[in-house]
Design a protein around this ligand. Structure first.
Ligand SMILES: *Cc1c(COP(=O)(O)O)cnc(C)c1O
Length: 424
């Protein structure tokens, strides 16, 4: 189903090859690991087609999705107005739809998840010396450039993120600034949680954890913000409406541009008063957009039509994980119980093979592979935290893509074994 266009360097490489060379070692060019043949010279390749028939299966992130024909149509037909004046009907509809879905009073369309998390922090932590508590492996803490300190002047203290994406509530309680208002201490204001947890491999926060967290934070008058970039995946995995999860949070940021397939956008949900303040913060950050209905139209479709199908991504991620475990020889390590949604984290346990090298091998296509599999398959993945590899499923990855990607991983496992034997 997915056949991603070749990159410009790959195309020019093939063009070069077509003018004479039959084989070329080019580890560094085009990111391919092995030799590429000149299909044009003989008129046929191992697949009987052209090199361009190599299939690309892009598991780097669920942000790589491209809007399909229906999404593009609703975008082109969207009614629009100036959203900074509050006059874009499509944005207003999206915000209404999101608020209802989240079970929150109000919602705000934001350009990105990074901005919407920052807005939430700015609104929750309004006074100089306010502090938030975050997981040490949270997106907010690791991947947002320290923007809360950099731009909002908010200090963070961390709690240890556990493998299931939660943290220890006793540790959290110990991190609350019990010394305030003694002039030495900042004032604890906010706790951020992440659901599903990205770095921990798409883990779903248990409802019990959220409930206990909320009763603890209520005792201390702290607010709870959920970085719910993928909270729809969590809702689908738990089989509950998102409002069941979000009843435990004051505010939430939900990405429309991840597994839900919209090209741009995040919605920030919360109480009416919070969202009124969020509108101001968004404008200050340069996120007040004008005829944003063109983008919001895609978001509306994402929320109405794309949530149900997340189940397919979860199923595909799981079947790929199972296939990795069945590879012979067994070079992949996966904790199947931890594969709950569309993100898979696994390890390669072949001596001397780094996650980066594995990704390079999975992304490359060789003649041997074409002979063995009848087709070249490029599987794109990223090396990830703690020596692992991350693969993410989304709307542009079919069951067939998943099957082919698994075959490729089996092929890579065999190649690694062969090379090892030869080296001995
Ligand atoms: C992607 C992501 C964000 C940020 O979203 P952008 O739209 O890329 O800025 C925040 N949190 C988590 C967990 C994410 O995966």
């Amino acid at each position: 189903m997915t056949s991603v266009a070749l990159s410009a360097p790959t195309r020019s490489l093939l063009h070069y090859l077509s003018r004479g060379a039959t084989t070329l070692k080019h580890r560094h060019q085009a990111g391919l690991t092995y030799s590429v043949r000149c299909y044009y010279e003989t008129g046929k390749s191992a697949t009987g087609g052209q090199a361009e028939s190599a299939r690309t299966i892009d598991l780097r992130s669920d942000t790589v999705t491209k809007p399909g024909p229906l999404m593009r149509r609703v975008m082109s037909e969207a009614e629009v107005g100036d959203d900074v004046f509050g006059e874009d009907p499509t944005v207003n509809e999206l915000q209404q739809q999101a608020a209802e879905l989240f079970g929150m009073e109000s919602a705000l369309f934001c350009p990105t998840g990074t901005m919407s998390n920052l807005i939430a922090v700015m609104v929750h932590c309004r006074e100089r010396g306010d502090e938030m508590i975050v997981g040490d492996l949270s997106h907010v803490h690791i991947y947002e450039q320290g923007n809360c300190a950099q731009l909002a002047g908010v200090h963070s203290t961390t709690v240890t993120t556990l493998p299931n994406g939660t943290f220890d509530l006793d540790q959290l309680e110990s991190k609350i600034r019990h010394g305030y208002p003694d002039a030495h201490y900042p004032r604890s204001r906010l706790v951020c949680v992440e659901n599903t947890h990205n770095i921990q491999g798409g883990r779903v926060l248990p409802l019990d954890f959220l409930k206990e967290l909320r009763s603890l934070t209520d005792r201390y008058g702290l607010k709870v913000h959920m970085d719910g970039a993928r909270v729809m995946n969590a809702a689908i995995a738990l089989g509950v409406p998102p409002s069941t999860i979000l009843q435990h949070c004051h505010t939430v940021s939900v990405c429309l541009s991840k597994g839900l397939g919209a090209p741009v956008g995040t919605v920030l949900g919360g109480p009416k008063e919070f969202v009124e303040q969020a509108v101001r913060a968004r404008k200050a950050l340069g996120g007040g957009m004008r005829q944003a209905g063109i983008l919001a139209a895609a978001g509306k479709l994402a929320l109405s039509d794309m949530v149900g199908r997340l189940q397919e991504d979860h199923r595909n991620a799981r079947s790929f994980a199972q296939a990795l475990l069945q590879c012979d020889p067994p070079v992949y390590e996966v904790d199947l119980a931890a594969v709950e949604t569309n993100i898979l984290k696994f390890r390669v346990c072949a001596e001397g093979v780094s996650p980066a090298e594995l990704c390079e091998r999975a992304a490359g296509v060789s003649e041997a592979e074409e002979r063995a599999l009848g087709q070249g398959v490029r599987v794109l993945m990223f090396p990830h935290v703690g020596g692992s590899v991350r693969a993410v499923w989304h709307v542009d990855i079919s069951e067939e893509d998943t099957r082919l990607a698994a075959l490729k991983m089996q092929f890579v496992a065999q190649q690694l074994a062969k090379e090892k034997t030869r080296a001995q």
